[in-house]
Every structure is written in C-alpha cells, then in structure tokens.
Design a protein around this ligand. Structure first.
Ligand code: CMP
Length: 143
C-alpha cells in the first residue's frame, strides 16, 4: 500500500467539549503520523467552499452554520493507506451506526454534529490538504 496523506477536521462540537487532545491521541495511537495541526475558525465562504460538493443537499445550510459556529482543528495525517485508515478510525458518518473504538462512537452526537471530518478519497485528500495548508511544508518536506 502506498504512503498517503489525509485531511482531518476536528469539528466545533469536539473543540467545545475539549476533545481535541483525545482525538489527536487516537490518530497518533492508530499509527498515523501527524504532519501538520492548526486551529482556525472557518468563515462562511471557507466552509461553503470546502463543502461545495454538498451545496444542493437539504442539510447544507445547517452544515455551514455548524462548521462556522466555533473553532475547528485542521490536521494532516500520513501513513500507509492513510485515507482509508483514518476513515475507519472515524467510524460511520452517523455516530449511532459507528463501531466501538471509533472517534464518532466516542465523541459524535448526531449525523450533523459528528465530531470529525476526513477526506473520502486520495484525490480529494490532495485537494483538501491544499485547501487548508497551501504551500505548507508538511513534516519538514515541501508539499
Ligand atoms: P463530513 O464527513 O464532514 O462530510 C459532510 C458532512 O455532512 C458529514 O460529515 C455530516 O456531518 C453532514 N451530513 C451528512 N448527512 C447529513 C444529514 N442527513 N443531516 C445533517 N448533516 C449531514
């Protein structure tokens, strides 16, 4: 399997509940290596741009309201098959369906407020990393 990078977001619900350290710890203990971590507050245009693929969905407004209501932590994790590995660690989008031991099982409240985001494909991971870390040197190597 190839070494990959994936983009993760610790969403406002998790930051509000002081779960940042717990979640980053779960990522590290899973064997993925953190390459960059940054706390930020998304503007509406930033959140709308990031989730543009969902703009026609009925929950889009709710999603943007939620993602902009407080700070988030964006991070890049690297490892063999990192995209799938981190998606497995996150668990199902709906925390009610997430497996034991996953981040969303532990910290997700609902399908809308589900603790974390992760890139869904290698192709999207490249775009999402560039969206939040443009030209950033990740883990000491140029992106
Ligand atoms: P995320 O992985 O960040 O990508 C899109 C987000 O849309 C998803 O997590 C959920 O938080 C949100 N989402 C998906 N389905 C619904 C839904 N039915 N109602 C509200 N939010 C949703």
């Amino acid at each position: 399997m190839a070494k990959e990078r994936t983009l993760g977001i610790i969403k406002p619900d998790s930051v509000e509940q002081n779960h940042v350290g717990d979640i980053l710890g779960m990522v590290e203990r899973s064997g993925l290596e953190l390459q960059a971590v940054r706390m930020t507050r998304l503007s509406r245009p930033q959140a709308e741009g990031f989730y543009a693929v969902h703009s026609e969905r009925p929950f889009f407004g709710e999603l943007v309201d939620f993602m902009t209501r407080g700070p988030v932590v964006v991070f890049v994790a690297e490892g063999e098959g990192a995209v799938a590995a981190y998606r497995k660690l996150m668990g199902a989008t709906n925390p009610a369906e997430a497996d034991e031991g996953t981040i969303r099982k532990a910290f997700g409240g609902s399908i809308g407020e589900n603790a974390v985001h992760g890139s869904d494909s290698v192709e999207n991971a490249v775009k999402e990393v560039a969206y939040f870390f443009p030209g950033f040197e990740l883990g000491g190597t140029a992106s």
